[in-house]
Design a protein around this ligand. Structure first.
Ligand SMILES: Cc1ncc(COP(=O)(O)O)c(C=O)c1O
Length: 369
């Protein structure tokens, strides 16, 4: 009989699966703490906007027995209204992570390549790797995506280029001119994914609006998510927006019914009167950024942040060791060695109480090392 492993393609066999963190209750027991500040996933500490909270509370439990809309019909209508587009220009996924897979399946076959960077959201690289698609990783320059080097990395084999704007984890972002010159240079040779997961955190006139850019460039797909600004990470809703032709192609490789009904309802409601929620979140993030920059400066630690609700800092000790020590104080951060930033940590910017708890735990931890 064949061994199970013999049935596995080499690119799957060689792929190391990602281990997510354990549930809070398990971690609290393990580290002996009664409170855990999760600062590892760039979630919104303010939670979802009021209308989404109400929609979640009003969800009739009987509705759980019924399949949701298979293509997020009402949510796509709401997105179309919000962005002045056709509902068929949107494809909704179980988080934007799912949409990454759909795009790679739609445009790439084994032996093709994607272009991304060495220090960015890693899921693009991972999905390519376990799909038999080569991920060309262009090094960052000064913590930012290097437009000319990314352009130079594009070959005939390249089918998709992933641009994380703003970039997770460095917070850097391309201004409008940089993106326009990049798209001109690329001249439609590959599909471009503009991942704008943190777009709503940016309040700067020079930030390019993907929703406008994609109208002029039919090969551009914009990704957005309800996990970050909209505080719905637990319900898993993300989406892409593109030309009708591009969306029609990606739809073929996208699993229908993958987005749960409660998520669809909550995301639709989240778009209603969201200005107050966005302003409050931006305010919280700005305060936390100032606070954390001061904390790292006072400790003499190099740090990097920009747009988005996260900040990275280089630690004088092993990041995994530091992680465990911070966990004993009930503070969870993201270790970054696995993301090619050895001994850096990434911290989500959250409420004052969580930021103070992190700062106190960090000072105590470093004092002892
Ligand atoms: C840049 C970027 N894109 C996409 C995602 C995935 O978001 P979702 O929760 O919609 O799958 C994340 C989540 O951390 C992210 O940082």
């Amino acid at each position: 009989m064949r061994q199970l492993i013999d049935c596995v393609p080499a690119y799957v066999r060689n792929f190391e699966s990602y281990t997510p963190s354990r549930p809070d209750a398990v971690l609290m027991g393990q580290y002996g703490v009664s409170r855990l500040y999760r600062l590892n996933n760039n979630e919104n500490a303010l939670g979802p906007p009021p209308a989404a909270r109400e929609a979640i509370a009003a969800y009739p439990s009987q509705q759980a027995a019924v399949y949701p809309s298979g293509d997020a019909y009402a949510l796509r209508q709401a997105l179309a209204t919000r962005f002045g587009k056709d509902p068929d220009q949107f494809l909704v996924g179980n988080g934007s992570c799912e949409v990454i897979g759909s795009v790679i399946r739609a445009f790439c076959q084994q032996g093709d390549a994607i272009v991304t960077t060495d220090k960015t959201f890693a899921v693009y690289e991972w999905v390519a790797a376990f799909s038999g698609v080569e991920a060309r990783l262009v090094p960052l320059r000064d913590y930012a995506l290097d437009a000319s080097a990314m352009l130079a990395a594009v070959t005939d084999a390249t089918k998709v280029v992933f641009i994380c704007n703003p970039n997770n984890p460095t917070g850097s972002w391309w201004k409008r001119g940089v993106l326009e010159r990049f798209l001109e240079g690329l001249a439609g040779r590959a599909v471009v994914v503009l991942d704008e997961a943190y777009r709503e955190f940016v309040d700067d006139a020079e930030f390019p609006d993907g929703m406008e850019v994609m109208e002029r460039h039919p090969g551009v797909l914009v990704f957005r998510t309800f996990s970050k600004m909209y505080g719905l990470a637990g319900l898993r809703v993300g989406y892409l927006c593109g030309s009708r032709e591009a969306v029609d192609i990606v739809r073929r490789t996208h699993i229908v019914y993958s987005v749960n009904g409660l998520g669809q309802i909550a995301a639709t409601a989240a778009l209603e009167q969201d200005a107050g929620h966005i302003a409050a979140t931006r305010h919280m993030v700005a305060e936390a950024q100032t606070f954390l920059r001061d904390v790292f400066d006072a400790l003499g630690l190099e740090h990097v942040s920009g747009a988005g609700n996260f900040i990275m800092a280089r630690m004088p000790v092993s990041d995994t060791l530091l992680y465990r020590r911070l966990m004993r104080h009930g503070v969870m951060v993201r270790t970054m060695t696995g993301f090619r930033f050895p001994n850096w940590i990434r911290v989500t910017m959250a409420r004052e109480e969580a930021m103070a708890a992190f700062a106190k735990a960090l000072r105590q931890t470093l004092d002892k090392s």
